[in-house]
Design a protein around this ligand. Structure first.
Ligand code: SF4
Length: 436
């Protein structure tokens, strides 16, 4: 009887846009597809399936993806069997409307549909759309394919219940749900067994994590007991969810790194109210003081938006003043971008693009000066760095992160990725510590 050769494995090209949650989702999708026999390729010309894992947070992010899709379309024109798909937040934000802009798409899959992606790719009906939001989907049983390096990113909760008026995330990622703590610990243990030394717990409001009687502080304590794990980080917490339990875990557990991202968004109470942020400037200021008092050498970063509808000169000045007062180690600064479907989308925009640009530029300049001063405070200190690999510059150097998440470069002494080394900081720029 004639034997038929096994079909060649299908190759998938997967490109990711947006936040760290998306990077972690790409690792999840990579694991799902590998278990269904797919091989990864970094070359779209070699791929049978081309997937973009997308972001919807700003209009520009969506335009970039649409531009990239029209570039990738040529592979489908050359080889019609090639499948082209959009995954992630843009898929669930635009849904079928994506087909108006990209009618050639074969699959459109939102953040809660990855489990069924292989079946959708096998299905013969076009286009295959799965953008339902599923309050029960945590992917707790699906191990991600972690990228190389000593750090692993793990989503411990998904979705968001906050509904900040400017933000599309609750619409694209659905409501909050947390992985059971034993599933998180199992994923941490698996990552450590695979060579990881640092874990970053991820969630849209990661400190809203709760599974029965385990809160986020409790989860940090459980993870800290995993042998072989050296460091634990987390992002992004919501200021209104920073609890005594979280602060106590950061104080007690040496494996939990002294760094916290605390998105402020605006330092005007009126604008915070319009944004539905659930805290006042006074609440935030008190929390920052409490954290800094409890945790020595704590590094703090933030997110700020300029040009939210109604933000007048005095609201903006309050934000600029607070930026100087808070002395963040670094800050992610953005111009407001109206997103369809959000409550703020219905508010009349009052700040011109030009004025948003002016405010943003001014904040960036202020923050760069503070970041430089904060890094210069480290000069002369001995810091513990986890090695990540060779530095791009200068040659002959290694790069890693200090405990408080500062990029640190030092001469290559043969240390390997994942090693903890102690180095003395000799100089600093706004972005890097140079050590020996
Ligand atoms: S907390 Fe607010 S800004 Fe953060 S994901 Fe939820 S809705 Fe968006």
């Amino acid at each position: 009887m004639a034997e038929f050769p096994e079909p060649a494995p299908r190759r998938v090209f997967l490109e990711t846009y947006g936040c760290q949650m998306n990077v972690a989702d790409a690792e999840l999708v990579g694991g799902v597809l590998r278990r269904h026999g797919y091989l990864r390729t970094e070359d779209p010309a070699q791929a049978d399936v081309l997937l973009l894992n997308t972001c919807a947070i700003r209009e520009r992010a969506e335009e970039r993806v649409l531009g990239r899709l029209s570039e990738l379309l040529r592979f489908k024109i050359e080889r019609p069997a090639v499948q082209l798909g959009v995954l992630g937040c843009m898929a669930s934000h635009l849904r079928e409307r994506l087909l108006d802009r990209a009618p050639y798409l074969d699959v459109i899959v939102g953040p809660d549909g990855y489990r069924d992606l292989p079946a959708l790719l096998d299905d013969a009906v076009d286009p295959r759309i799965d953008v339902r939001l599923d309050r029960g989907e945590t992917y707790a049983d699906l191990a991600p394919d972690h990228a190389a390096g000593p750090r692993a990113w793990l989503s411990v909760m998904r979705g968001c219940d906050k509904f900040c008026t400017f933000c599309v995330v609750p619409l694209t990622r659905g409501r909050e749900r947390s992985l059971p703590p034993d599933a998180v610990v199992a994923q941490v243990e698996a990552a450590v067994a695979g060579g990881k030394r640092e874990i970053v717990f991820l969630g849209q409001t990661v400190n809203a994590y709760r599974s029965n009687d385990v809160d986020f502080g409790g989860l940090l304590r459980l993870a800290a007991q995993v042998d072989g794990l050296e460091r634990i980080r987390f992002t992004s917490p919501h200021p209104a969810e920073v609890s005594d339990s979280l602060i106590a875990a950061m104080v007690d557990e040496r494996k939990v790194m002294p760094y916290i991202h605390m998105p402020l968004q605006s330092a005007s109470d009126r604008i915070l109210h319009e944004m539905a942020r659930d805290y006042t400037v006074a609440d935030y200021r008190a929390l920052l003081a409490r954290l800094r008092e409890a945790i020595p050498d704590l590094a703090v970063s933030t997110d700020l938006i300029v040009g939210f509808p109604g933000e007048d000169e005095s609201d903006y000045a309050a934000t600029a003043d607070f930026l100087a007062e808070a002395r963040y180690d670094f800050a992610y600064l953005f111009k407001y971008s109206a997103r369809p479907g959000t409550r703020a989308f219905k508010m009349t925009e009052t700040v011109t693009e030009e004025e948003k640009g002016r405010r943003l530029k001014e904040l960036i300049e202020r923050q760069e000066q503070v970041s430089l001063e904060k890094n210069q405070d480290q000069v002369g200190r001995e810091v513990e760095v986890m090695v990540e690999g060779p530095a791009r510059r200068p040659t002959g150097h290694l790069v890693g992160k200090s405990r408080n998440f500062k990029t640190t470069v030092f001469p290559d002494d043969g240390a390997l990725p994942g090693d903890l080394v102690r180095v003395r900081v000799e100089s600093a720029s706004g972005h890097t510590l140079l050590a020996r």
